[in-house]
Ligand binder design. Structure first.
Ligand code: SIN
Length: 475
């Protein structure tokens, strides 16, 4: 298991000699001590990325594409081992972890296919005075900061398009799940990624690390996935150097079930939208708006499905929901539930911590939830589904949009025209229409409002890592 920093193509300890303990959230067991990067290490990583990027950007697109494709092949060849690391340090069930590795690897394959298709345009100025050539060079060095809920995929979703566009990168994985990131760096080296192009530095001093990374003159962009609160701080700091930013921030997804929905399909969709990856996704359904005509049927069936979810250590055969990442998250989820119940919500199933070692919470369904209670405004990041009954569509849409977040929404109805019309009115970057999941490396992922800036994935995702240059000329 690799536990050192990866800087300039070499494995080394942090220059301050400090380490970070990594624990298994299912057992509380100590797994490893990982080297912690100092600001000086961040500077060294940016310098290495800068030097390597100059060569990488000049390489033929086809060469870059082939290296990225090998990254996909090698990640898939190591799928089981990577999934085991993810389960160990993050806690999600093995099936989700294997799914995450395939999802993460796919960003390499998709971007390897897109490298040769980074397009520009040639036109004539309206006055006829000159030709207008527009092309898209890489930005330079990209600082990537990622969360613990997808230890592999949140890295590759940024890393693969950044490399495709010809950039060098410095990655700061979270202290909770650094081991997967370090292993991905090792695999990428084996796949032919040049030394120095990708640097991985975990740190217990993120503020000072970020200051040093942002202040390196070659750094031109910050790409972050995490909470809106942290995103705002990084945006402010990035503004000091007028850096380009892509921000994938928090969510508060409404899940809407109309009276004409196929209730069984809505229940299956709700289970996916709420519970995938142990309910720790920013796209997770956070508030359920269910029409009064189907509210009882939906609530009973959904509660039965939630009660049947197999909660346990991600390594256990058949585990469908692992622990929350740590005790702090468990406390937050428990407090939101207690608060909702105190305000009149009824627990249909769950509603409590599990009396076992590790940070487990019972899959929970609450009904009679007030549309204004904190549980409908905060991102829960846990296996809790608050249900709000509605009769008036306009009022429900106003409530669904009454949030500063706008990452994802879900709509269930058998009337496709109504579904599309309502989808267009939901202020969110992604909509699952009669589907409980939508993420795909070939589709744009990102939020409206305070859920973020920019998009990842799809063709759009590569251009985020490019500059635009216009050359006026005649020939
Ligand atoms: C996230 O929770 O940040 C990502 C979820 C996804 O890619 O589906």
């Amino acid at each position: 298991m690799q536990t050192q920093l990866f800087i300039a193509g070499t494995w080394r300890d942090g220059s301050g000699g400090e380490t970070i303990a990594v624990t298994d959230p299912a057992t509380g067991e100590h797994i490893a001590d990982v080297a912690s990067a100092t600001p000086a290490d961040a500077t060294a990583a940016c310098e290495a990325a800068h030097q390597a990027q100059l060569v990488w950007a000049a390489a033929p697109p086809r060469d870059r594409a082939e290296v990225l494709r090998r990254c996909w092949e090698l990640m898939m060849a190591n799928q089981q081992e990577l999934a085991e690391l993810i389960v160990r340090e993050q806690g999600k069930p093995m099936a989700d972890a294997k799914g995450e590795v395939a999802y993460a690897a796919e960003f390499f394959r998709w971007n390897s296919e897109e490298v040769a298709r980074i397009r520009g345009t040639v036109g004539t100025a309206p006055s006829g005075a000159n030709r207008m050539i527009v092309h898209h060079p890489p930005v330079g060095v990209v600082v990537i900061v990622t969360p613990w809920n997808f230890p592999a995929a949140m890295i590759t979703r940024k890393l693969a398009p950044a490399l495709a566009a010809g950039n060098g990168v410095v990655i700061k994985p979270p202290t909770e799940t650094p081991l997967t990131a370090l292993r991905v760096a090792e695999i990428m080296t084996e796949a032919g990624v040049p030394g120095g192009l990708v640097n991985v530095t975990v740190t217990n001093d993120p503020g000072a690390w970020f200051d040093a990374a942002v202040d390196h003159p070659a750094t031109r962009m910050v790409s972050f996935t995490g909470s809106t609160a942290v995103g705002k701080k990084l945006l402010k700091r990035s503004a000091d150097r007028v850096l380009k930013t892509v921000m994938e921030l928090g969510g508060n997804a409404p899940f809407i079930v109309f009276e004409d929905a196929d209730v069984d399909a809505a229940v299956a969709g709700a289970l996916t939208a709420k519970m995938r990856h142990s309910a720790e996704t920013c796209t997770a359904a956070n508030r359920f708006y269910v029409h009064a005509d189907v509210a009882d049927e939906f609530t009973e069936k959904f509660a039965a499905a939630m009660a049947a979810v197999n909660v346990g250590n991600g390594f256990e055969q058949g585990s469908e929901c692992g622990p929350l990442i740590h005790e702090r998250q468990l406390d937050k989820v428990a407090a939101l539930v207690d608060d909702a119940v105190g305000a009149g919500a009824e627990v249909v199933t769950g509603g409590h911590r599990l009396d076992v070692p590790g940070s487990f919470f019972a899959p929970t369904v609450l009904r009679n939830v007030s549309p204004d209670s904190p549980i409908t405004r905060e991102e829960i990041f846990g296996p809790v589904a608050p249900i709000i009954t509605f009769t008036d569509t306009d009022e429900m849409i106003d409530q669904a949009n009454a949030t500063e977040m706008g990452l994802m929404g879900y709509v269930f109805t058998q009337d496709l025209a109504k579904g599309l019309a309502v989808s267009e009115r939901i202020q969110a970057g992604l909509i699952g229409l009669n589907r409980g999941a939508a993420s795909d490396p070939a589709a744009p992922f990102g939020g409206m409002k305070q859920s973020g800036l920019g998009r990842e994935g799809s063709t759009e995702g590569i251009y985020e890592f490019c500059e635009t240059q216009y050359i006026a000329t005649n020939w």
